[in-house]
Design a protein around this ligand. Structure first.
Ligand SMILES: NC(=O)c1ccc[n+]([C@@H]2O[C@H](COP(=O)([O-])OP(=O)(O)OC[C@H]3O[C@@H](n4cnc5c(N)ncnc54)[C@H](O)[C@@H]3O)[C@@H](O)[C@H]2O)c1
Length: 324
C-alpha cells in the first residue's frame, strides 16, 4: 500500500501495548483509527492520546472470538469512517506457561479462540468488505517471534503464533491478483501487558484452577553459576540486577515498523535482528531434514505452485530502521 494517509485502520487489541503502538504509528502516518478491544475501560484510557494529537479515532468494544460481534464492530467502524482499508489482527492472549501436557482443555480453547479464531474472524469479516469496496487495502496479523524461535514451557502460545504465520502466508497466496496486501508481524519483546490482560479477559466459562495459577514471570531468572560457557547449555545468563526493560522495544517504535512494512508490502515484519541467527539455524535444520536424494523433475514441474511459491519472491531485504 503506497500511502496510509486518509485510510481507515481497524486494529484489534489496540487499547494496550503492541496494538496501541500500531494504532499510534498508523495514526501519525495519517490513518483514521478504530480501537477495537474487548476492554471498554482500556479503550477509554487509550482514546485521549489520539484526540490530543488530532488523529481521528473511535473505540469499539468487540470480543474477536465472536463472528457476530465482529460483524457489528465492523459495521460501527464503517458508520464512523466509511470503508476499512487496513486490518490489524493483533488481539492476543497467553495461557499458563507450563509443559504442554499440563495445560488444560480450557487453556487450549481460550488461547486458540483468541489467537487463531479471532484472527480468522477478522479475515472472514473484513476481507469480503475490502474486496467489495475495491480500494487498496492491507491486512497485518500479529504473530510473534515465538512462532519461529520457540520458548520452552509456552507450547500453546508458540503453536498459535506459528499458526498465524502459516495463515498469513496462505492468505498472501489467496490474495494474489487483488489489491489487498498481507503481512505477518512477528515481534520480539515489546512493551505490553499480555500476562495481566490475559487474566482479565479470560471468560468465566473457560477459567479453571490450573489456569488461575500465576504464569511464569517473564523474563526467566538467571541460572545459577557456575556455567559451562556455552549459551545453548547455560540458557539465559544475565548479570545480577540487569535492566530487562532496556531490551524491550517501545510499542510505538515497533508500530512504526508495521507502518513501514505495510508501505513496503513486506510479507514478514520483524522487530529484532537478534533473532535472525536462530531463525537461520532452524531453517538450516529443516533443510537437513530432507532426504539427500535427487528431486523428481516431473514432480517439481507439476507441483511448482507448491515448491516454488511466488509469495516469497516479493520479500526484499528490509533496511535498518532509522535511528531517532
Ligand atoms: N509484548 C510482546 O513482547 C509481544 C511479542 C510478540 C507478540 N506479541 C503479541 O502482540 C499482541 C498484543 O500483546 P501485548 O503484549 O500488547 O498485550 P496487551 O495486553 O498489552 O494487549 C492485548 C490487548 O488485546 C485485548 N484482547 C484480548 N482478548 C481479546 C478479545 N477476545 N477480543 C478483543 N480484544 C482482546 C486486550 O484487552 C488487550 O488490550 C498479542 O497478539 C501478543 O501475542 C506481543
Amino acid at each position: 500500500m503506497e500511502t496510509i494517509k486518509g485510510k481507515t485502520a481497524f486494529v484489534t487489541g489496540a487499547a494496550s501495548g503492541v496494538g496501541l503502538g500500531i494504532a499510534k504509528a498508523l495514526g501519525k502516518a495519517g490513518a483514521n483509527i478504530v480501537i477495537a478491544d474487548v476492554r471498554q475501560k482500556a479503550i477509554d484510557e487509550a482514546l485521549p492520546w489520539f484526540a490530543e494529537n488530532n488523529i481521528p479515532a473511535t473505540g469499539v468494544v468487540v470480543d474477536v472470538t465472536s463472528e457476530e460481534a465482529y460483524a457489528k464492530a465492523a459495521d460501527e467502524a464503517q458508520r464512523v469512517f466509511g470503508n476499512i482499508h487496513i486490518l490489524c489482527n493483533n488481539a492476543g492472549v497467553e495461557a499458563p506457561m507450563v509443559p504442554v501436557w499440563q495445560n488444560t482443555a480450557k487453556d487450549v480453547d481460550f488461547i486458540v479462540g483468541v489467537n487463531i479464531k479471532g484472527v480468522l474472524n477478522g479475515i472472514r469479516t473484513i476481507v469480503p468488505r475490502m474486496l467489495a469496496h475495491g480500494e487498496p487495502s492491507h491486512i497485518v496479523s500479529t504473530a510473534s517471534q515465538s512462532g519461529i524461535s520457540v520458548v520452552p514451557g509456552a507450547a500453546l502460545y508458540c503453536m498459535t503464533k506459528g499458526g498465524v504465520i502459516s495463515l498469513m502466508e496462505t492468505l498472501a497466496c489467496d490474495l494474489r491478483g487483488t489489491n489487498i496486501g498481507a503481512s505477518v508481524y512477528a515481534p520480539g519483546p515489546v512493551k505490553g501487558n499480555l500476562s495481566v490482560s490475559s487474566k482479565e479477559v479470560r471468560p468465566a466459562d473457560l477459567s479453571d484452577p490450573a489456569s488461575a495459577a500465576p504464569a511464569a514471570p517473564p523474563p526467566p531468572p538467571p541460572p545459577p553459576a557456575p556455567t559451562t560457557g556455552d549459551p545453548h547449555t547455560d540458557g539465559f545468563v544475565a548479570p545480577p540486577a540487569f535492566d530487562f526493560d532496556s531490551l524491550t522495544m517501545p510499542a510505538e517504535i515497533a508500530g512504526e515498523r508495521v507502518v513501514r512494512g505495510i508501505e513496503r508490502g513486506d510479507l514478514y515484519i520483524f522487530t529484532h535482528s537478534e533473532f535472525k541467527e536462530g531463525a537461520k539455524k532452524r531453517a538450516e535444520a529443516q533443510l537437513r531434514g530432507y532426504p539427500d536424494e535427487a528431486p523428481n523433475p516431473t514432480f517439481m514441474q507439476l507441483f511448482s505452485f507448491l515448491v516454488n511459491n511466488p509469495i516469497y519472491d516479493g520479500q526484499t531485504q528490509v533496511p535498518a530502521f532509522p535511528k531517532k
